[in-house]
Write a new protein. Structure first.
Length: 641
């Protein structure tokens, strides 16, 4: 039997898959050949998803902590016991401290509408605090909220004449986009890549520019200056769309090719050729990534890049513009039923969980935490501080998970969650314009339950009676369908495009701000190296670091360093090294690698904390919009003695 589903991981591609089921077992999971983005292939992470379903370390029963917090000691309990205990504790917290002392925390571990949002119904009804502010692409999202267009249908991207892959490792992090790049190339397009690392993606571009990390807004300013100086900026479009062109002009004036060269470490000549190619391409498409945003100046970087897409006039032509995130016209929000809430929620910052859990002035303090579809003790900044919060004796923590992750280890109660092969769902994509549906391939293994089933169980234990708490997962999914859509039809089809029109070329009521603030960069701290922690090819954020095949392929946690920085430190290829920052340290192997240049090193992949979690070293730093500055950590590296 073949079952139509989709990959729920946090990835722009949202692939359509076919699960092959024989005698009640999933024997393979393969990309749907007829899906316009997936085209028959999954990725190196997900291509044997049936292994995740049946992994030896999969959580299949509710657990109750039986040792000290964080010890990883648990004993099996029944669902009735688990739900009764959670309900008792949550109820007592609400009575004693008020609903605001409860905090639900979820992210895009599953992008599924039901898996992500169904439990929110409980928290709205209990009047909990809510976490706002993400850990991914926050600078881009803030830019979008200001009204900047940030999405281009990839199927239109084939008409671009110049594609700039800016701070994105496309071939690892969303490789289906490369089909469109290849098609554009066949029609004559050129591809320029901008990344401090010589990734597999950069190696496939026509030109690779490797600027100093964090210097992209300066590079963009030099291109903007060139457009204005040579009279090729689209001043008509700017007049219709932009609020502060004069301020922009003043801000970019100092950034000659030479000035930009000394700040970015690129040659003035290479910047000039890039600027000239950008000024003449019609249209250019800028495909910007998330790694690029992960610094305190991330907001400035995406603004500077958006300014280029506008001033270059690239939005005038199909296929041109800026693509950071591209969504279908579908909103999952109705699934959380915020109408069940009777108060204005207290809002805490979702990307500052360490601070929220340890803030002694927060009143009421968070006393009850439920985490699902996220692994913040691995993926947020400053994980030692998060652990300090999770270790609080007066905090009751519930985690719904597939595995005993860095976060689940700190739970008082662990609930076994279903995987995408065991539940029904629907989801948006953030790299294309299809709404994706997922049919369950098999019944839940062990006693695993979907987020919807967890919501219904908890509502029963809490005595919540509204009909919204009795809705099935299918009904929850159906409640989010765009007008005129049928969920049953979507499930049968597997996907449906909900296209979003391109931005109108008319004068805007709400004009856009493109002028950057001060772009100068602080010099690097002496003797220190900047640590980048980009995505691993075989892991998806913290997922798969526990799976044998993916681990074997990712090999081991490795600090990549250029030959010059290695020689300066008397380090040889393969040496065990101690990487230190702010009094913390990680033990890694070092590899001399041409992938990075002097001044910065890279640790790919979210290894779990006991092994080599990069966030053991990251500091509590955010951009003004709240983007966590994962890449702004400076380390010393020495041979382990
Ligand atoms: N240093 C550093 N840190 C980073 C980044 C970086 O580049 N460097 N990247 C950042 C980015 S871009 C992101 S998006 C975040 C990701 O941060 P998170 O969303 O916290 O990370 P994931 O690893 O995707 O973890 C999701 C968890 O959800 C669980 N899960 C998956 N499906 C389901 C489900 O259906 N139900 C339930 N209950 N659980 C499920 C998985 O088992 C997994 O443990 O990490 C950020 N952290
Ligand atoms: N294999 C794999 N795929 C994934 C994920 C994964 O963990 N693994 N995670 C998924 C998620 S949640 C996301 S958000 C996307 C992210 O997708 P990407 O944005 O492609 O991922 P990153 O690896 O975070 O960053 C991309 C590149 O930015 C570069 N970079 C870092 N700092 C700078 C800078 O200052 N300037 C420039 N120009 N480049 C810089 C890094 O070297 C890196 O190669 O991928 C998704 N897909
Ligand atoms: S992780 Fe991304 S590329 Fe891989 S199967 Fe899932 S959606 Fe497709
Ligand atoms: Mo992300």
């Amino acid at each position: 039997m073949q079952v139509k589903g989709c990959c729920s991981h946090d990835c722009p591609d949202s692939c359509a898959w076919i699960a092959q089921v024989e005698n009640g077992r999933v024997t393979s999971v393969e990309g749907a050949t007829d899906h316009p983005i997936t085209r028959g292939i999954l990725c190196a992470k997900v291509r044997d998803y049936e292994e995740r379903l049946t992994a030896k370390d999969r959580l299949l029963y509710p657990l109750r902590r039986s040792g000290p917090k964080g010890s990883g000691q648990f004993r099996r309990i029944s669902w009735d016991e688990a739900l009764a205990e959670i309900a008792d504790r949550f109820h007592a917290i609400v009575v004693e401290h008020g609903g605001a002392a409860l905090l639900p925390y979820h992210y895009y571990g599953s992008m599924g509408t039901v898996q992500r949002l169904a439990p929110m119904r409980i928290f709205h009804a209990l009047g909990s605090s809510v976490a706002q502010g993400g850990v991914c692409g926050v600078s881009g999202a803030a830019l979008m909220d200001e009204g900047h267009p940030v999405g281009v249908d990839p199927e239109q991207g084939v008409d671009a004449r110049l594609i700039i892959v800016w701070g994105q490792n496309t071939l690892s992090t969303g490789h289906h986009y490369w089909h469109f790049i290849d098609e554009a190339r066949k029609k004559g397009a050129r591809v320029i890549g901008i990344d401090p690392r010589a990734t597999r993606t950069m190696r496939r571009c026509d030109v690779h520019l490797a600027p100093r990390p964090g210097s992209d807004a300066i590079l963009a300013a030099a291109l903007g200056r060139h457009l204005l100086e040579t009279g090729r900026a689209d001043l008509d479009l700017a007049a219709m769309w932009v609020a502060d062109l004069d301020a922009y002009r003043r801000a970019v004036t100092p950034w000659t090719f030479e000035a930009a060269a000394s700040a970015t470490g690129l040659s003035a000549k290479s910047i000039e050729s890039f600027a000239e190619e950008f000024a003449t391409a019609s249209p250019a498409l800028i495909r910007a990534g998330v790694g690029l945003q992960q610094a305190r100046n991330g907001d400035e970087v995406v603004r500077a890049i958006s300014a280029l897409a506008i001033l270059g006039g690239h939005w005038r032509h199909p296929g041109g513009g800026l693509s950071i995130m591209t969504f279908p016209a579908y909103s999952p929000q109705a699934a959380e039923r915020s109408d069940l809430r009777q108060n204005e929620p207290r809002v805490v910052h979702g990307a500052k969980l360490a601070q929220v859990l340890t803030d002694k002035t927060l009143s009421p303090a968070i006393k009850g935490l439920m985490v699902w579809s996220a692994n913040p003790a691995s993926t947020q900044l400053d994980t030692p501080l998060i652990r300090k919060g999770l270790l609080r004796d007066d905090l009751f923590t519930v985690v719904a998970e597939h595995f005993l992750t860095d976060t689940a280890r700190f739970a008082d109660i662990v609930l076994p969650a279903t995987t995408q092969l065991e539940h029904v769902d629907v989801q948006l994509a953030w790299g294309h314009q299809y709404v994706m549906a997922n049919n369950p391939a098999v019944a839940p293994l062990g006693e695993a339950r979907s987020s919807g089933a967890i919501m219904r169980g908890l509502a029963g234990a809490l005595g919540l009676n509204h009909p919204a708490f009795r809705e099935s997962d299918e009904e929850i999914a159906a409640s989010t369908m765009p007008a005129g859509w049928s969920y049953a039809e979507l499930l049968a089809a597997g996907w449906r495009k909900a296209p979003v029109s391109r931005p109108s070329l008319k004068p805007r009521e709400r004009k856009l701000s493109i002028a950057p603030g001060d772009l100068t960069l602080a010099p690097l701290p002496a003797d220190q190296l900047q640590l980048l922690s980009p995505k691993g090819h075989y892991f998806l954020n913290s997922n798969f670091a526990n799976m044998p095949r993916q681990r074997q392929s990712e090999r081991r946690p490795t600090l990549k360093m250029c030959a010059r920085d290695a020689t300066e430190r008397n380090l040889v290829d393969g040496a065990p090294v101690t990487v230190k920052s702010n009094g913390r340290s990680l033990s890694l192997r070092m590899a001399v690698s041409p992938e990075v240049r002097s001044g910065y090193v890279a640790l790919d992949g979210k290894w779990w904390n006991d092994e080599a979690g990069a966030n053991e070293l990251t500091a509590s730093l955010w951009s003004p919009a709240g983007q966590p500055a994962y890449n702004e950590v400076y380390v010393t590296v020495e041979a382990t003695t």
